[in-house]
Design a protein around this ligand. Structure first.
Ligand code: NAD
Length: 491
């Protein structure tokens, strides 16, 4: 049984509606002699109620943010490494202190269970802590050459624009911001229009934690206006983007005009491969979390569950009660495991994958009434070439695809334009490693469905993206490699 629908839960508390200080923004608007500013209305997906009204940033605001970041850059890159590290540790501590407040806001704005939101906010603080430690490990090489010494430096890029999606709003922003700031860049963050609230709080927390004015800037406005402007802006050195493959394609093309550096974290259609010799109970217990977590709005969602045919019936029997038991409801209730989808449009899109004649094998429950609810749904059996198995659904719909043998498992897993995440379940260690190596994906886990950690690289093969976030390698994506030759034996 799902908890009761949260339609009547509405006492706007201290962590609730967010309004930007009007003076600051009106002042900016007035300076440009413009009239009333357009509003960005932010909804709470569990209730469809208005959570906040903000001034909606336009391309002028993007330009102003880039100008602030550009002005702040020379001083920020010149901050001595231990001092820059101290400032980032301070930001991590400030975020950890505000973890609960940020988690409640994220849970309400993105519709995610409060337990998940707490975990994400904990990760945000950890990311800044991890990259604070990277400031003083931004090492170069010395290279033996004749006549002198060659040495390399990792130089910052300048102003970096960060464009982020609505599914893990602050977590994904931190994955980009941590290494970008650690390497000495200044940043302009454009969060998704649907979920800008924690990013706006982060901007204020950054100032309170002592980051110099202009180092961390947030513009909350539409991607087609603000985001586009950042992509075109001649003073932006790099775009770090997370979002759909479709928008990412346009960003890569737009960035080419000024040869901007680009990293792209895009869509996925990951395979969860379950061999007949696996611990089927464990695989079935873990499978729902791997696809219905964040209501399936997860680029790593293992939305194709490939099951070796002899184990199909046993696996499905073990999966069913677990899917039916998922507690779907009020994101702020401690027992909730899955919240609503982010918007009416997203729900409509997800529903289009579950037509009248879809092979629904398992269906969980969801609240009725206001909120963008959709029950956890398992389709079985599905062919790998059918639409629900081909396209990223980004909702709580999984496809079970039977296979025969290792070769077919690898072929099916790889028959997709994506390559982001995945899992292999087997008791055969050699096969586990063989299959993990053979699947074209940036991240894969064996006998587990976890893929994202602060200290390990994350990113996609194929049309799932370019570049890596998190782990030690992310710093390289926010620097240019410079070689300096120093003559010691004449010129
Ligand atoms: P989206 O591509 O619609 O939007 C992402 C961001 O891009 C938003 O901030 C949006 O405002 C901005 N944007 C939109 N049009 C733009 C334009 N023309 N120029 C510049 N910016 C523009 O994606 P979404 O719907 O917010 O997020 C869902 C998608 O994100 C899914 O495809 C999902 O797989 C992907 N995603 C990937 C990862 C990853 O790490 N690989 C993580 C999370 C989400």
């Amino acid at each position: 049984m799902p908890p009761s629908a949260p339609a009547n839960r509405r006492s706007h508390d201290a962590h609730g509606p967010v309004r930007r200080r009007p003076g600051r923004h009106d002042a900016r608007g007035d300076r440009r002699g413009r009239g009333a500013r357009v509003t960005l209305t932010v909804l709470e997906p569990a209730t469809e109620a208005v959570l906040a009204e903000l001034p909606r940033a336009g391309s002028d605001d993007a330009d102003a943010a880039v100008a602030r970041a550009k002005a702040a850059y020379p001083a920020w890159r010149a901050v001595a490494p231990p001092d820059r590290a101290r400032l980032l540790y301070g930001l991590a501590d400030a975020l950890a202190e505000r973890q609960e407040e940020l988690a409640v806001l994220e849970a309400r704005n993105a519709g995610k269970p409060i337990g998940d939101a707490r975990g994400e906010m904990g990760m945000v603080a950890d990311v800044f802590r991890y990259y604070a430690g990277g400031v003083e490990r931004n090492l170069g090489d010395t290279i033996p050459v004749s006549g002198g010494v060659a040495m390399t430096f990792r130089e910052p890029l300048g102003v970096v624009a960060l464009i982020t999606p609505w599914n893990f709003p602050l977590a994904i922003a931190s994955w980009k911001m941590g290494p970008a700031l650690a390497a000495g860049n200044t940043v302009v963050l454009k969060p998704a229009e649907l979920t800008p609230l924690t990013a706006l709080k982060l901007e204020r927390i950054g100032i309170e934690a002592g980051l110099p004015e202009g180092v961390l800037n947030v513009v909350a406005g539409p991607g087609s206006v603000c985001g586009q402007r950042l992509v075109e802006h001649p003073d932006v050195a790099k775009i770090a983007f997370t979002g759909s493959t479709e928008v990412g394609r346009g960003i890569a093309a737009g960035a080419a005009a000024t040869i901007k550096r680009v990293t792209l974290e895009l869509g996925g259609k990951s395979a969860n491969v379950v061999f007949a010799d696996a611990d089927l109970e464990a695989a079935a217990a873990a499978a729902p979390g791997a696809v219905f977590g964040n209501a399936g709005q997860d680029c790593c969602a293992r939305s194709r569950i490939l099951v070796e045919r002899p184990a199909l019936d046993e696996f499905m029997a073990a999966l069913q009660p677990r899917v039916e038991a998922i507690a779907v409801g009020d994101p702020l209730a401690e027992t909730t495991e899955m919240g609503p989808l982010i918007s009416a449009g997203q729900r409509e899109n997800v529903a289009s994958f579950v037509s009248e004649d879809a092979p629904v094998a398992i269906r969980g429950s969801a609240p009725k009434g206001p909120g963008y609810w959709f029950p956890p749904t398992v389709l079985a059996p599905v062919g790998n070439d059918e639409r629900p198995a081909r396209e990223e659904i980004f909702g709580p719909v999984a496809c079970v695809i039977p296979f025969d043998g290792e070769e077919e498992a690898v072929r099916l897993a790889n028959e997709t334009i994506y390559g982001l995440s995945g899992s292999v379940w087997t008791r055969d260690g050699a096969r586990a490693l063989r299959v993990a190596r053979a699947i074209d994906t940036g991240v894969i886990s064996i006998n587990s469905n976890t893929s994202v950690r602060v200290a390990t690289p994350f990113g996609g093969f194929k049309q799932s993206g370019i570049g890596r976030e998190l782990g030690p390698d992310a710093l390289d994506h926010y620097t240019e490699l410079k070689n300096v030759y120093y003559a010691t034996e004449g010129s």
